[in-house]
Design a protein around this ligand. Structure first.
Ligand SMILES: [Zn+2]
Ligand SMILES: [Zn+2]
Length: 263
């Protein structure tokens, strides 16, 4: 077994281990230091978010996106150029984190402006409870677009196989963190690192113009004038318009002719 395969095997084991450990840690923090005191662990939609979005949808889309990446690479042969293969693993990971985070900021901001793109982002805003699992609730078409743009360049540029595994692990942990119901006060760190302090305002029911679009790096919001961090807390989360329950109804809602733009 060569060094690269060995490292990939380690990360294939480490990724689910860190994910489960991170989830347990955040759930424990939510119970000990809740941002919203009245929010329950067993909240409406928990089973749907976990079984349908976090498990089934992620697994199926992972297979689809891997097929897309392999297909494009077979057609173009770009990975044979090994454009980033000579970079160290931390540099490769940082490069893909920062570049994709800037893309996500721009696309996310556009989704809040465009009634058409809002259709595939609305699912993420439909939940009335924001916790460690809420970030997993995203329309499959939105995930397909964002993760194809995230992972196809890794394959085409010749990134090491473990880079995708490391990036997925960081994505999941950071996604759980920014949605967690934990009363964190990160001070000036909030200028750089996005967290629940700002992202919970992104989901607040009273802010309809859109603020705090960043996912990992809050720096984009401060740079591009969309940062919002008042002293208080949101009065609630969710949409002003009704949204269906159940995975299939929620996915189908994006294509409904009776759909109303509510942002
Ligand atoms: Zn949003
Ligand atoms: Zn969110």
């Amino acid at each position: 077994m060569d060094v690269m395969t060995d490292t990939t095997t380690i990360w294939a084991w480490l990724s689910p281990t860190l994910t489960v450990t991170g989830a347990v840690f955040l759930i424990a923090l939510e119970r000990s230091f809740p941002y919203d005191q009245n929010q329950r662990f067993l909240r409406p939609g928990l089973a749907t978010d976990f079984l349908c979005y976090a498990m089934m949808q992620s697994w199926i889309l992972g297979l689809v996106i891997a097929r897309i990446a392999t297909g494009i690479d077979n057609l173009t042969g770009l990975s044979h150029l090994h454009l980033v293969s000579g970079w160290s693993i931390p540099v490769q990971v940082m490069f893909f984190i920062v570049s994709h985070d800037l893309y996500i900021y721009c696309f996310h901001r556009l989704q809040h402006r465009s009634p058409l793109l809002w259709r595939i982002h609305e699912t993420h805003h439909a939940t009335n409870n924001i916790d460690w699992l809420s970030g997993s609730r995203s329309h499959p078409l939105e995930i397909l677009i964002n993760q194809t743009i995230e992972f196809v360049p890794m394959v085409l540029l010749g990134a090491a196989p473990e880079v995708a595994l490391i990036k997925v692990t960081i994505d999941i942990l950071w996604g759980m963190y920014i949605h967690s119901n934990v009363d964190i006060h990160s001070g000036s760190l909030q200028l750089f690192i996005n967290g629940p302090e700002m992202h919970r305002w992104h989901h607040s029911i009273e802010i309809t113009t859109g603020v705090n679009f960043a996912t990992k790096l809050a720096i984009w919001d401060w740079l591009f004038g969309s940062a919002y961090l008042p002293a208080g807390k949101p009065s609630g989360y969710g949409l002003a318009t009704p949204f269906p329950h159940g995975y299939l109804a929620q996915v189908a809602h994006a294509f409904s002719s009776r759909h109303k733009y509510s942002r």
